[in-house]
Design a protein around this ligand. Structure first.
Ligand SMILES: [Cu+2]
Length: 388
């Protein structure tokens, strides 16, 4: 049996880039800039309008269900348990979104020395998870996700966990190789637990409360990210480092009046109302992450779930390097479009974008975008914002 040898296609000739801005190019750029600003604001308003519209539709559906004489009480209750509150928003949603202080996505500095100390405080706290949407969370003193922990490979991670909540909780570090029954044990309300582990494996990992039912403790906000950076010089240099923790929220009400609470029926059905990066729907649409043209931007992504994967993609570019499941000891994939980050897993992604613009980063499972798992990377001086 003969095989035909593979012959590479002749190189395609691409149009050359302009050498420098001509006057016409400058005017066109200015007009395009103005257009982008106009489109950006229109897009944000359309996005919020769409959310309001969906909410109105949902409320109408609720009323129809509640008032339907032909429907048995049982059927109505079943549908009601899965009623979606996705997109619920107050009339001043854009103002609320703009006033929201975005979770700091910048990777914090590593503590010097052989041991890095971290105080984690678990707390029952009412959070905003979307503009005007309140949620009664079990989370951390600063909200959800918990603080980003950044250590170097080989450092000792020294954790003091304090439970200021009303029921027992714990913390499970995916970056640790330890006996879970000893290290990830339940801590009673009002008590603290101190432990150490060596950060031997580089990557970005989830940490979370591991107390049963784990689904509920994670869904209520008890998760965060720990970055274990390899020794200096192992990774290519990055100019910007951003940490994104993806998660989903399951609500028992719209949260616009009183705070919503966890809905186990929806969590079992994997039907979230909101999906977020760093705990708040679309916060980096109104408060974009930034980079200069030509900078290498590294995204450290964890999917906290509790149950749905994140298909990480940046619109308008290609991931130059992708360390799948954050396996920083292996070679990265090169030039890939979308990489799945599994619930409970991580990924590290490098992009270098030369052209100024607004580049949405999303979970390309697009229901996630409609539910808020979207942000913007603003490259260069580009006015305004937009949604995708
Ligand atoms: Cu817990």
């Amino acid at each position: 049996m003969s095989t035909t040898p593979y012959t590479p296609a002749a190189p395609t000739t691409w149009p050359s880039e302009p050498e420098g801005p001509s006057p016409l190019f400058a005017v066109a750029s200015l007009l395009l800039g103005l257009l982008v600003v106009a489109l950006a604001f229109t897009a944000v308003f359309l996005w919020l309008d769409a959310h309001s519209a969906r909410d109105a539709a949902n409320r109408a559906a609720d009323r129809a269900v509640a008032g339907g004489h032909d429907m048995s009480t049982m059927a109505a209750a079943d549908i009601g348990a899965l009623t979606s509150y996705a997109g619920a928003s107050p009339a001043n949603a854009i103002d609320v979104a703009m006033a929201h202080k975005a979770f700091p996505a910048q990777l914090p500095a590593v503590q010097p020395g052989a041991v890095a100390h971290f105080d984690l405080v678990l707390k029952d706290i009412t959070l905003q998870i979307a503009p005007g949407v309140k949620y009664s969370a079990w989370a951390w003193a600063g909200g959800a996700p918990g603080p980003v922990i950044h250590v170097r490979q080989g450092q000792i991670v020294d954790i003091t966990l304090t439970n200021s909540g009303a029921i027992p909780h714990s913390v499970d570090f995916h970056a640790a190789r330890v006996a879970p029954n000893v290290y990830f044990k339940d801590v009673n309300p009002g008590e603290s637990f101190h432990f150490r582990f060596k950060a031997g494996d580089p990557g970005v990992y989830m940490y979370h409360c591991g107390t049963k039912p784990v689904l509920m403790h994670i869904a209520n906000g008890m998760y965060g990210a720990i970055v274990v950076e390899p020794k200096a010089g192992v990774l290519p240099q990055a100019d910007k480092n951003y940490v994104l923790v993806a998660s989903e929220w399951y609500l028992d009400s719209d949260g616009l009046g009183k705070a919503a609470q966890f809905n186990m029926t929806k969590a079992h059905a994997r039907q979230p109302d909101w999906m977020t990066f760093n705990g708040y729907s679309g916060q980096y649409v109104t408060h974009p992450l930034t980079a200069k043209p030509g900078e290498t931007v590294r995204f450290w992504v964890v999917d906290a779930g509790p149950s749905i994967d994140t298909d990480f993609h940046i619109v308008g570019t290609i991931l130059d390097r992708a360390w799948v499941d954050a396996g920083l000891t292996s070679r990265p994939l090169r030039n890939v479009q979308t990489v799945a980050v599994p619930a409970g897993g991580g990924g590290v992604f490098d992009v270098k974008i030369d052209k100024p613009g607004l580049y949405p980063f999303v979970s390309h499972a697009f229901a996630a975008v409609d539910q808020g798992q979207v942000g913007l990377l603003k490259v260069g001086h580009v006015a305004g914002t937009m949604s995708h």
